[in-house]
Ligand binder design. Structure first.
Ligand SMILES: O=C(O)CCC(=O)C(=O)O
Length: 250
């Protein structure tokens, strides 16, 4: 069982951080597995699942749906600590694991993921769903950590529009009130885990450091939630259209 303060913080703020959930040895193994997976997968992943930077190295920015092509990362998404933690967030309801992705903010990349709510493109009803982030590197305000607005998970889904940023898809039409919902930077070290509710408004900034800032993201929903499939299908069609009209990441 995870401690009450973690669950209480999540319920109150819409996010929480658990330091050191994965040990240094586990992180070494995850990094090894990831490297091996990237060597095999990046060239052959379906269009739309892989996004590169516009930098000279064409380094990887995002790799989506890793769990569909890697038994190791499918299992990692189902790690019993993560499943137990999420079950507690869902008040004991069964947990369905939806996906694993990698987001790598390369050194000195300037793009931002604008303010958004994940349920603007996941469509869970009720919104009993959560994003779990496992830090592979130091995540700080300088390196483009996730910034969440405290208490914003109590909002319904606000109007979004295409963000124009590869990997981020949607952003809020209007800037949210940071007076009503104070911003909190989720600083993480390798092996730390953060959780944010699918309605929590969040963003990430540029990476001003000379190091990569990689996060593995896992998505889960409660067995009591249903996806609005018509909205999800429309979203996929819109995203495909966007990808076809754009040449290179911004
Ligand atoms: O940069 C990241 O790791 C998180 C990006 C994000 O905002 C998201 O996946 O919803």
């Amino acid at each position: 069982m995870y401690d009450e303060p973690t669950i209480g913080a999540y319920n109150q703020n819409g996010f929480a951080v658990i330091p050191g959930l994965f040990s240094a040895e586990e992180m070494e193994e995850i990094a090894r597995q990831l490297e091996a997976h990237l060597r095999l997968d990046v060239a052959s992943a379906p269009r739309g699942d892989v996004i590169f930077e516009a930098n000279a190295e064409r380094s990887l920015r995002c790799l989506f749906r890793i769990h569909e092509r890697s038994a190791y990362f499918d299992q990692l998404m189902r790690d019993c600590r993560l499943m137990q933690l999420v079950r507690q967030l869902f008040n004991g309801a069964d947990v369905i694991a939806d996906g694993t992705m990698l987001i790598d903010k390369a050194p000195t990349t300037t793009y931002e993921f604008p303010w958004h709510q994940d349920n603007a493109y996941q469509f869970w009803n009720p919104p009993d769903a959560v994003a779990v982030t496992l830090a592979l590197d130091d995540s700080t305000s300088e390196s483009g950590a996730v910034v969440c607005l405290a208490g914003s998970h109590r909002e319904s889904i606000l109007p979004h529009q295409p963000s124009g940023v590869f990997g981020a898809s949607r952003g809020l039409v209007s800037d949210p009130s940071t007076e009503e919902y104070p911003p909190v930077t989720l600083s993480l070290k390798p092996g730390d885990v953060s959780l944010h509710h699918v309605n929590t408004i969040h963003r990430t900034g540029p990476n001003h450091t000379s190091r990569h800032r990689r996060n593995l993201g896992f998505a889960y929903h409660s067995s009591g939630s249903v996806c609005d499939n018509a909205a999800a299908d429309q979203y996929k069609r819109d995203l495909e259209k966007f990808l076809q009209t754009q040449q290179a990441p911004k």
